[in-house]
Design a protein around this ligand. Structure first.
Ligand code: NAI
Ligand code: MG
Length: 351
């Protein structure tokens, strides 16, 4: 069996961790008997500086026929972040209808977490709405540059968009051992959007009596992530709340360098995209010390999506063994002295 994968390393450390992810994929394929055809795209801030575009005009169309997209990171000093993000990542997510952003949070043995928890105790998923909500281009600036300047930024919550992400969260939780969904809300402060979100959450919860449901305002929920991360199983949030929680979660487990994500089109009409949670890390780019685990774990999520659950599990077990092993192999963000290369080598060897 062969999978065709679109590869977009993007900017900064994306160019350092994506090749390590590909190396792990090649290796796992040779063990389990499948191959990859990787098609590389140089879409990035570099391309923007040369051509005025983050990707070609027909970029999205060129991605459509792939089985999946393997993405690094986008954004780099010199190009404003809203230009780079809206020029590449957000159009891919929206036009390929990847409305679920799925992000696991797990504490591995051997990792020192900034919270009091044992390995295995923190193990949950953030399900983030990925296509609408607070991230919109609706709004504007009036009287720009004057003392009377007014800025309006709209959020958009559709019934269809809200219901489909909530349903995904309940379906997902229903397949887990701990059948429990927590909703992130802020219906005391946001007058229209979040009361609507709560209403739809309650309606969905009624359809899934076997799944325990509760909800917290985003402020106290953030505090609970730090004080009692053990209690969560699936946490569902809007685009903005989900974005914040899915960095906070990995932060609580020690480093965001290991966190992966899937931008998923559950109906499989379009390819899904797998990328680490972290960005292009300009502060360490070019130094060869970026943690490759977020990218490699993203490769495992991609394999799971492609129906190769056993291969995905093998990668996860290799990561766990390496992380619990020789500290010196780990990258500095995990307290080690290793490099991107040495850590990835250790994982490839463990496979
Ligand atoms: P960032 O995730 O790039 O970096 C935050 C901090 O975490 C930095 O200190 C960085 O060195 C560290 N870090 C990140 N990944 C790491 C890894 N694999 N190993 C070790 N340390 C790691 O977030 P930041 O600084 O807010 O954004 C930098 C650029 O990346 C911006 O242009 C931003 O727009 C973009 N970005 C892109 C994302 C994406 O492509 N999905 C997500 C987040 C930010
Ligand atoms: Mg983020």
């Amino acid at each position: 069996q062969q999978f065709t994968i679109a590869v977009i390393p993007g900017d900064g450390i994306g160019n350092e961790v994506v090749p390590e992810g590909l190396r792990v994929l090649e290796r796992i394929g040779s063990i389990f008997g499948f191959t990859f055809r990787f098609q590389h795209f140089d879409w990035s801030c570099e391309l923007y500086k040369n051509s005025g575009r983050m990707m070609p005009e027909d970029g999205i169309a060129r991605l459509r026929d792939h089985d999946a997209i393997f993405f690094g990171a986008v954004g780099f000093p010199g190009v404003p972040d809203h230009i780079s993000l809206w020029g590449l990542l957000i159009p891919i997510r929206r036009e390929l209808d990847q409305y679920v952003n799925l992000r696991p949070v797990r504490l591995f043995p051997g990792v020192v977490a900034p919270v009091r928890a044992e390995a295995g105790e923190i193990d949950f998923w953030v399900v983030r709405e990925n296509s609408e909500g607070e991230y919109s281009q609706i709004g504007g600036r009036l009287f720009a540059g004057t003392a009377d300047e007014v800025v309006v930024q709209e959020s958009v919550f559709t019934r269809r968009g809200t219901d489909r992400i909530l349903r995904y969260a309940f379906e997902f939780a229903g397949r887990l051992e701990r059948k429990h969904v927590t909703s992130a809300t802020k219906s005391n402060g946001l007058f229209y959007s979040m009361p609507f979100w709560d209403e739809r959450f309650a309606a969905m919860a009624a359809e899934y009596p076997d799944v325990q449901a509760d909800q917290y305002h985003i402020d106290i929920l953030a505090a609970r992530f730090v004080m009692s991360p053990q209690r969560f199983s699936v946490v569902v949030g809007s685009n903005l709340f989900g974005d914040i929680l899915s960095d906070l979660g990995p932060g609580v487990t020690g480093t965001i360098g290991i966190a992966p994500s899937g931008n998923i089109n559950p109906e499989r009409v379009y390819p899904s995209m797998f990328e680490p949670v972290h960005g292009s890390a300009p502060d360490i780019a070019g130094k060869g010390i970026a943690n490759p685990i977020g990218q490699i774990w993203s490769a495992a999520m991609m394999l799971e999506h492609l129906g190769q659950a056993e291969a995905a599990a093998a990668i996860m077990s290799a990561i766990e063994r390496v992380v619990a092993g020789d500290r010196n192999l780990l990258t500095p963000d995990m307290g080690g002295k290793g490099t991107t290369r040495s850590l990835a080598d250790a994982i490839v060897n463990a496979l």
